[in-house]
Design a protein around this ligand. Structure first.
Ligand SMILES: Nc1ncnc2c1ncn2[C@@H]1O[C@H](COP(=O)(O)OP(=O)(O)OP(=O)(O)O)[C@@H](O)[C@H]1O
Ligand SMILES: [Mg+2]
Length: 292
């Protein structure tokens, strides 16, 4: 089923976990991309009036043209950035800053280079739960190393790991603090296609274990179709909005082959391709106009 008119209204459901209401973000004039600036005094409206309800235990991906405001939106949910207007509530409580109820996985891994795999994970857990016993702490570190398949790499430093392994550490670290929701900003963006494919399937497998709510940014249509319950498609910026939210009906657990054979697969894929093509073409046209 495809829902269209934004804002996405799922308020009849009792299991909304994350609720965004009329969220906008305006950056001061100096910061925006120059070709979008109409004059030097105008502020840059990155996202405008975004409303979205995300239900418990769902996997939601956000897709949209480059520079449209996906990271801006995710950073507001993470509490790393504040909305200029609008509200974000997690389980009914307003998000006012970063917190351990949200685990973040970054595209560039963001690991401590001087710490080993297990030290990176332990450090995150210790910071959030300083009163844990050594034994319990070690148990959590062990469990999450196993969960992401890093057994044997515990004592290695980030520079000794492949990109895929580093991202596994990032995921283990985010899961180890047992957040309510997991936020991922293009977690596989820096990986080669094969590693990316393996990790996508790993994430699907890990997600099946506890179905923690996930909000993930991606540029990959196939990745979104493999992993998501809903795909949020954003318009181009400035003043980016939600264009449409696609419901992904494929049964779980999923694997790539079965997903690709589902009768809805090609229709959804074509719809996403058309959306991205249209929005990206407008971005290119804006760019040409500014150059002319
Ligand atoms: N701190 C900032 N100051 C000024 N402008 C900013 C700032 N952060 C982001 N922007 C602008 O806001 C817009 C959205 O940026 P954002 O990083 O959210 O896009 P994105 O959709 O994540 O892009 P990509 O797909 O390339 O990662 C861009 O035009 C960007 O230049
Ligand atoms: Mg981004």
């Amino acid at each position: 089923m495809i829902t269209s008119s934004p804002p996405v209204d799922m308020e009849t459901s009792t299991s909304v976990q994350l609720s965004l209401r009329n969220v906008s973000k305006v950056f001061p004039a100096k910061g925006g991309i120059p070709f979008f600036k109409r004059n030097s005094t105008s502020n840059f409206i990155a996202i405008e009036d975004i409303s979205l309800d995300i239900q418990h235990n769902t996997f939601v991906t956000i897709i949209g043209p480059s520079g449209c405001g996906k990271s801006t939106l995710l950073n507001i949910i993470a509490g790393l950035s504040t909305a200029t207007s609008g509200t974000v509530d997690l389980d009914g409580q307003p998000i006012l800053g970063p917190g351990p109820d949200r685990g973040m996985v970054f595209q560039n891994y963001a690991l401590m280079p001087w710490m080993t795999v297990e030290e990176n994970i332990r450090f995150a857990v210790e910071t959030v739960y300083p009163k844990l016993s050594k034994q319990r702490l070690q148990g959590i570190v062990r469990e999450n190393i196993d969960r992401v398949g890093l057994d044997g790499a515990e004592k290695k430093h980030p520079h000794e790991l492949s990109g895929g392994m580093r991202q596994r550490v990032g995921i283990a670290r985010a899961l180890a603090i047992d957040p309510k929701i997991l936020l991922m900003d293009e977690p596989f963006g820096a990986l080669d296609a094969l590693t990316r494919g393996f990790l996508q399937e790993e994430v699907e497998r890990i997600w099946e274990q506890d179905r923690k709510t996930v909000v993930m940014i991606t540029h990959s249509i196939d990745e979104a179709l493999l992993l998501s319950d809903q795909i949020v498609m954003m318009t181009r910026g400035p003043a980016a909005k939600i264009d449409e939210v696609l419901e992904v009906p494929f049964p779980r657990p999923r694997n790539r082959l079965e997903v690709e054979q589902h009768p809805e697969y090609h229709k959804l894929k074509a719809e996403m391709e058309a959306h991205l093509y249209r929005e990206t073409r407008f971005v290119e046209q804006d760019r040409i106009k500014v150059k002319a």
